[in-house]
Design a protein around this ligand. Structure first.
Ligand code: HEM
Length: 461
């Protein structure tokens, strides 16, 4: 009779045979797309590890080698183990037009963030927050940015030169600024420790690369579960009060306009919005807005000649219009500088990550098999002379000059940071493009305008 060791060896051999078979079956279907790196069973597994640390460089290398054509890279954070990278404008247009039932943003996000294990109760929830961000949040907040301009009690600004680690400092500033709008100031102050950035960090992405059979064991240990519990503890009472007021007075109730307000009104289940709000705090806003502000300030400190014209523009707009939507719309040079910073640096090499829920054929005949993830080589496209004049030169007022040349009025979104463009994908593109971008750009503008007006900044020598 076979012993345990032989049995275990058979199970392991069967497991590897199954993996190998699946791998080769998919490889045949993807054979028409060139591979960056190896497409053998073992080496592609190692390449996928390399992609975790060197993804930026690999996507740039792939773009240089296969410009105009799709290529694939091995990747642990996709369901199929492959990521197909697209850079042809017509193929991007095909992706934009594809319905979410065919190319799914949500499917790709679930693979990346692993919601099935990290937030199992919300995994299948309707994404009710998207219309809330798109409409009431975007409409209500631009006029309320004055709310976030106060200083917390006891905070003082030093008159001496003080070194700050920029990203960490701004994480805190962005977090507290947003929370002044998302929850309410009294709650923010009462729960100041819980509303701080360090408490609301997302789960490490390394979870996505944990072997599938280990995920149900490791998932419940992830810090995001504690985050959900904390978000519930902090916000449950607030949302209950809002719901009661809403039930009693309907839309006539004049309460403070806050994100949690909108969320509670737009959903009937009390428990659902809480973890979602928590996830928002950390994922949607804090990280991206902090990164955008940090990049812009580094670019500004490295090019101090831009400080005076930006300060003059900000002073004039605030003197005439105060901290209002009108004033923010007049910060055309600041908007251009922020946008150029996003073009030149940007925090991601790829954009428009979508998982194919069924075989998807591009108009040029390239077919993406079901379960394979596609994305766009965002950064190399932003640095390509086919799309931008002198692409490797930082021109802070590039977009302001384009607007002027094309006679775009203040109300026009043309060349503004929030406008969507297949060659500039800071906020993605198509139907899943970031609905929070109007909010985020205004928030970052207010934050930068304050820093540029009130502080002198210099990069370390
Ligand atoms: C500078 C700050 C931000 C950046 C750079 C950013 C960037 C992005 C990107 C690249 C996407 C994916 C788009 C795609 O794949 O086509 C996205 C989606 C999303 N963002 Fe943002 N974002 C920012 C701030 C915010 C804020 C403040 C909110 C909410 C208040 C928000 C809410 C969302 C939501 C809900 C989605 C998913 C949309 C959907 O499911 O269709 N984002 N964002």
């Amino acid at each position: 009779m076979a012993g345990w060791t032989e049995l275990l060896a058979c199970v392991i051999a069967a497991f590897f045979f199954y993996k190998w078979f699946k791998f080769y079956r998919l490889r045949v279907k993807l054979a028409h797309i060139p591979t960056l790196g190896s497409d053998s069973f073992l080496w592609s597994y190692l390449d996928a590890w390399r992609f975790i640390s060197k993804g930026h460089t690999l996507i740039e290398d792939g773009y240089a080698k296969y410009k105009g054509q799709p290529f694939k890279v091995a990747c642990h954070t996709t369901q199929s183990g492959w990521l197909v990278v697209v850079n042809d404008p017509n193929m991007i247009e095909d992706m934009r037009k594809a319905s979410p039932e065919v190319l799914s943003f949500r499917g790709a996000a679930i693979d990346l963030v692993q919601t099935k294990y990290t937030s199992p109760r919300n995994f299948k929830a309707t994404p009710f927050h998207v219309p809330v961000v798109r409409s009431p949040l975007t409409k209500a907040f631009p006029t309320r940015f004055a709310r976030c301009c106060g200083r917390d009690q006891g905070q003082r600004i030093s008159t001496d030169w003080t070194p700050f680690p920029l990203y960490q400092t701004l994480t805190h500033v962005v977090c507290r600024t947003t929370n002044r709008l998302f929850v309410d100031l009294p709650l923010l102050l009462a729960k100041s420790k819980d509303c701080g950035p360090s408490r609301l960090e997302p789960q490490p992405t390394f979870f996505a690369i944990t072997p599938n059979w280990l995920k149900p064991v490791v998932g419940p240990l992830m810090p995001c579960h504690a985050l959900e519990r904390r978000a519930k503890r902090i916000l449950a009472r607030l949302i209950q009060v809002r719901l009661a007021k809403h039930a009693a007075h309907g839309t006539n109730w004049e309460g403070p306009v806050m994100f949690t307000n909108f969320l509670s009104i737009h959903t009937t289940a009390l428990v659902r919005p809480l973890p979602m709000v928590g996830a928002f705090f950390s994922l949607a806003d804090h990280r991206s807005s902090t990164q955008t502000s940090t990049d812009t300030l580094f670019d500004l400190a490295a090019r101090p000649e831009y400080i005076a014209p930006l300060r003059a523009e900000i002073d004039e707009a605030i003197a005439c219009h105060g901290w209002t939507k009108d004033a923010l719309a007049r910060l055309v040079k600041l908007d251009s500088f922020m946008k150029e910073s996003g073009r030149f640096g940007g925090n991601a090499a790829m954009a428009m990550r979508r998982r194919a829920c069924q075989d998807f054929a591009f108009s040029n005949g390239v077919v993406i098999p079901q379960d394979v993830t596609v994305c766009v080589a965002r950064r190399p496209m932003q640095l390509d002379s086919d799309h931008y004049e002198d692409p490797l030169e930082f021109k802070g007022f590039r977009f302001a000059e384009l607007r002027e040349k094309e006679g775009a009025g203040l109300e026009s979104l043309q060349h503004q940071m929030v406008s969507l463009d297949p060659t500039y994908m800071l906020f993605g593109y198509g139907r899943n493009a970031c609905p929070g971008r109007f909010f985020a750009v205004n928030e970052v503008k207010v934050l930068l305008a304050h820093i540029i007006r009130e502080l002198r900044l210099e990069a370390p020598r």
